[in-house]
Design a protein around this ligand. Structure first.
Ligand code: ADP
Length: 441
């Protein structure tokens, strides 16, 4: 077990000490980060991630506690040693890149070498080799202003590595990037960790990026709330087996990275109260359903995957439960196509001709779900409400309330429970039928 490369012990960091606007940004933070680890500081804005970063970088002295990098306290360094520390022990990349726009890309990368009195010819050669490595050598003579965000970030990755530091700090490295550039930068960071064996410490907001890390420090309100080891990565830090009991909470914390420990416990219990399936089984079911929704498997394959035993990669449902799931999924997918048609026409402002038809069809599906015995007035009201809901004129709660409202008051007059079930079902169709942009990471 190597010594930690970064060690924080009961660290408090306070801004503006002794002034009126004194502000304590971190409380009693303790952590040990090991050589060659890739870790993330993850948490909502303002929780103290950057504060810790700047403190590790040697530019924000803690007000209490101990901070060691490679076994030394950077705040005890002479100014010369501090420069060496900041340029050769630590490389840093920022969300906003911070490249110097008045010099070329190549010079931006070569610049940190000046502090280490390297010969100019070698500086350029070395900088160029890094540009080549990150696939941006054709931009060497350009000014940073002329680069895209993704190219700029790769330049700053190259610059951060030019002095061959032990630690790479990455402060929201993909915060300003599109998804393709994000992938390139994340791949570069992973390679720097795995091939170059650098310790990588990343600040991120993006839960999808946590999978790259060995461990995640979840932060909130200036404290480290929990540390989660990624079960898919071979761990470098020693894991306390007793503490490391892998539980549903770990699975849940991946699904709901912004939830607090108490919220995760709530989810676990509510899952137990509302579903027969444990969360792991729900996840297997999700994978099968995704394949169906993406039309990558057909009905028979879907049925087979639902019924197959979990140890064989299936969901492990009983034959009758699998049949019901296939039937309901198929029904909802088919019915949702009517919602899709309706929305398309609505968006194209071109739906009046067949609007009645589509509303009639959707109302028909719902009438069946409601038990089928609607009188003509109820059918008419249902159609009106369907039209209003699919057009976005009323919300889900309003639909439910109007469905249960007595007929003389202008509602459909359904029993409360029926109205709720109907609304629940209708929302499922709407959900499948609308075009979503999603969050695509
Ligand atoms: P994060 O990186 O997680 O978004 P920060 O570390 O930037 O959070 O900030 C943590 C807290 O410290 C915030 O409440 C922020 O307003 C405060 N803070 C950050 N920088 C300063 C500063 N220079 N002076 C006073 N308060 C600050």
């Amino acid at each position: 077990m190597p010594q930690p490369i970064v060690q924080l012990k009961n660290l408090d960091i306070t801004y503006n000490i002794g002034k009126e606007n004194e502000y304590k940004a971190t409380f009693n933070v303790s952590m040990e980060i090991y050589p060659e680890e890739y870790v993330a500081f993850f948490g909502p804005s303002g929780c103290g991630k950057s504060t810790l970063f700047y403190s590790i970088l040697g530019i924000l002295a803690p007000s209490a506690g101990q901070l060691l990098v490679k076994g030394e306290n950077p705040y005890s360094f002479s100014p010369e040693k501090m420069v060496k520390f900041q340029t050769s022990t630590i490389g840093i990349i920022y969300q906003a890149f911070y490249l110097i726009n008045s010099i070329s890309v190549l010079d931006n990368i070569a610049l940190p070498l000046i502090f280490h009195s390297a010969a100019p010819g070698w500086r350029k050669k070395h900088a160029l080799s890094l540009l080549r490595r990150f696939g941006i050598e054709q931009h060497a003579e350009k000014y940073p202003d002329n680069l895209s965000g993704g190219q700029s970030q790769r330049v700053s990755v190259a610059r951060a590595l030019v002095n061959n530091p032990d630690i790479l700090l990455a402060d929201e490295p993909t915060g300003n990037l599109d998804s393709i550039s994000t992938k390139q930068v994340m791949d570069a960071l992973e390679e720097i960790n795995q091939k170059d064996k650098k310790t990588v410490i990343m600040i991120t907001h993006n839960a999808a990026q946590l999978k790259y890390c060995h461990r995640v420090f979840y932060m909130k309100d200036g404290r480290v709330e929990r540390v989660v080891s990624n079960p898919e990565k071979k761990q470098i830090a020693k894991i306390d087996r007793q503490k490391m009991i892998v539980s549903e909470i770990d699975t849940l914390s991946k699904l709901y990275p912004y939830s607090t420990p108490i919220e995760l416990k709530v989810k676990s219990l509510v899952n137990y109260l509302t579903q027969e399936m444990p969360i792991e089984q729900v996840q297997k079911l999700e994978r099968s359903v995704q394949l169906v929704l993406e039309r990558k498997i057909n009905k028979q394959q879907f049925f087979a995957s639902l019924q197959a035993e979990q140890k064989n990669g299936g969901v492990g449902l009983s034959p009758s439960a699998a049949r019901t799931a296939v039937r309901e999924t198929e029904k909802i997918m088919l019915q949702s196509e009517e919602v899709q048609r309706y929305r398309r026409r609505l968006e194209q402002n071109n739906f009046f001709e067949r609007e009645g038809d589509l509303v009639r069809k959707i109302s028909g599906f719902l009438a069946v779900e409601a038990g089928g015995n609607l009188n003509p007035t109820q059918s008419k009201r249902l159609k009106e409400l369907v039209h209003q809901r699919v057009s976005g004129l009323i919300r889900q709660e309003e639909f439910a309330a109007l469905a249960a409202l007595p007929l003389p008051n202008g509602g459909i007059g359904l029993e409360q429970k029926t109205a709720q079930r109907l609304t629940y079902y209708f929302e499922k169709i709407i959900c499948q039928g609308i075009e979503t942009k999603g969050h695509g990471h």
